[in-house]
Design a protein around this ligand. Structure first.
Ligand code: GLY
Length: 356
C-alpha cells in the first residue's frame, strides 16, 4: 500500500470502473436539477434518483462519477472536530437495473485490495442484519473470515437520505489500529470509538421512500455506491483526518501563512484554521456552480459559510479579506478534476472580492 494523492485516488477509482464497463460522467452541479426536495446535492446518487426509479432512461446502465457534495446539518461543529466538514467528494459506481450484489461486492474488494493494495486483514465488511445473500458473498465468494463480517441494524446498514431510492447496504470498514480504539474486547465495526472507519458503502437500492415513511419496491434492483474520497485518501496517506490530506492540507497551510499561525499549537486557532479550510472549498464550488449569497435557500447557506469563514479569519487576527487567496489555492488543487473551476475562476474570485 503506497502513499497516493487524493487526485490519483479519484482517477484510479473512475478508471477502474470504466474498465468494468461503466460510463464516466462528470460531477453534476451542486444545485439540484428538477428536484425540489434538496437545497444542495448531498450524495453521489442524489442527481440520479430518476435513473434508479426507472422514470428516466440513463445514458448507460453502468455509470461512475465523483460527485461534489455539501452537507450542512453539522455546520456549527465544523472546525471543532477534525471529522466534520461541509464539502466532500463522493465516488460512486452505479447500476441501474444491471448488476447487483454478486458483482458489486467483488469489485469493491478488488479495487481496495488490488488497486489500492490495502491489506485484506485491515478490512471488515458489514451487512444488514438479515441479508444472508450479502453475508454469503463476503464469506464464500470473497473468502473473508466470518469473524471479520459484522451484521448491523437499520441505523448502520440501511441507507436513505430523505425521500428517494434507498435500501439495505453492505459497508467496508478500515481498521485504523488499536491506538484509535476503546480497548473493549468486543470492539468492532459498529462500535462508536474511532478505530473502524467506514470507507465504502454499497447500497442495494430496492425501495423508494416517499418522504413520509412509505416504502415501495422499485421495479428494478440497483447498486448505489458511496465511497468518500477524502476518507480513502486518509487511509492511503496514513493520516488521521481530511485536513491532513495533501490537497486540503495545501489550503490549510495557506491559511496558516496568511494568519502567521501554526497548525497544531493552539486549540482555538486550530478550530478557526479548519473552519476556513473547509468553508473555502464549499464556497468555491458553490459559487462556481452559480450559487450567490442571499437571504434564503442555498444562497443563505453560502452566505453563512462565507460569514463564518470571515469571522474565524478575524479570530486568527487576519486583518484583511483573505478568501480570494485561499480559494485560489483550492482552485489549483481541484481544477484538474473539475474544469468548471478554471472556467469560472475569475467569476468566483470576483464574487468573493465583492461579498467578503
Ligand atoms: N448513497 C450511498 C452513500 O452515500 O453512502
Amino acid at each position: 500500500m503506497q502513499w497516493t494523492s487524493l487526485n490519483t485516488v479519484r482517477e484510479k477509482y473512475l478508471s477502474f470502473f470504466e474498465s468494468k464497463g461503466h460510463l464516466r460522467l462528470p460531477s453534476y452541479p451542486l444545485i439540484p436539477q428538477n428536484d425540489k426536495s434538496l437545497l444542495l446535492i448531498n450524495s453521489g446518487m442524489a442527481p440520479m434518483k430518476k435513473f434508479f426509479t426507472g422514470e428516466v432512461e440513463p445514458p448507460r446502465r453502468r455509470v461512475t462519477t465523483c460527485q461534489k457534495c455539501i452537507r450542512t446539518p453539522d455546520f456549527e461543529r465544523v472546525g471543532h472536530t477534525a471529522r466534520h466538514g461541509t464539502f466532500f467528494e463522493m465516488l460512486g459506481n452505479f447500476s441501474f437495473g444491471d448488476y447487483f450484489k454478486e458483482q458489486a461486492i467483488p469489485w469493491a474488494w478488488e479495487f481496495l485490495t488490488e488497486v489500492m493494495e490495502i491489506p485484506s486483514d485491515l478490512l471488515w465488511p458489514s451487512v444488514y442484519e438479515n441479508d444472508d445473500e450479502a453475508y454469503n458473498i463476503w464469506k464464500d465468494k470473497i473468502g473473508v473470515p466470518e469473524k471479520h463480517i459484522v451484521r448491523l441494524g437499520k441505523e448502520d446498514n440501511f441507507w436513505e437520505h430523505g425521500p428517494g431510492p434507498c435500501g439495505p447496504c453492505t459497508e467496508i470498514y478500515f481498521d485504523r489500529g488499536e491506538k484509535y480504539g476503546c480497548g473493549r474486547p468486543d470492539c468492532k465495526p459498529g462500535c462508536d470509538c474511532d478505530r473502524y472507519m467506514e470507507i465504502w458503502n454499497n447500497v442495494f437500492s430496492q425501495f423508494n421512500n416517499d418522504g413520509k415513511g412509505n416504502y415501495t419496491e422499485l421495479v428494478q434492483k440497483n447498486i448505489d455506491t458511496g465511497m468518500g474520497l477524502e476518507r480513502l485518501a486518509c487511509v492511503m496517506q496514513g493520516v488521521d483526518n481530511m485536513f491532513e490530506v495533501d490537497t486540503i492540507r495545501k489550503i490549510l497551510d495557506r491559511v496558516c501563512e496568511i494568519s502567521g499561525k501554526t497548525y497544531g499549537n493552539d486549540k482555538d486557532n486550530d478550530i478557526s484554521i479548519r473552519v476556513i479550510t473547509d468553508h473555502t472549498r464549499s464556497a468555491m464550488f458553490m459559487i462556481a456552480d452559480g450559487v450567490l449569497p442571499s437571504n434564503e435557500g442555498r444562497g443563505y447557506v453560502l452566505r453563512r459559510i462565507i460569514r463564518r469563514a470571515c469571522r474565524h479569519g478575524k479570530l486568527l487576527g487576519i486583518g484583511r479579506a483573505f478568501m480570494t487567496d485561499t480559494v485560489a489555492v483550492a482552485i489549483g488543487e481541484s481544477c484538474g478534476a473539475y474544469p468548471e473551476l478554471s472556467e469560472e475562476r475569475d467569476y468566483v474570485l470576483t464574487v468573493l472580492a465583492i461579498v467578503e
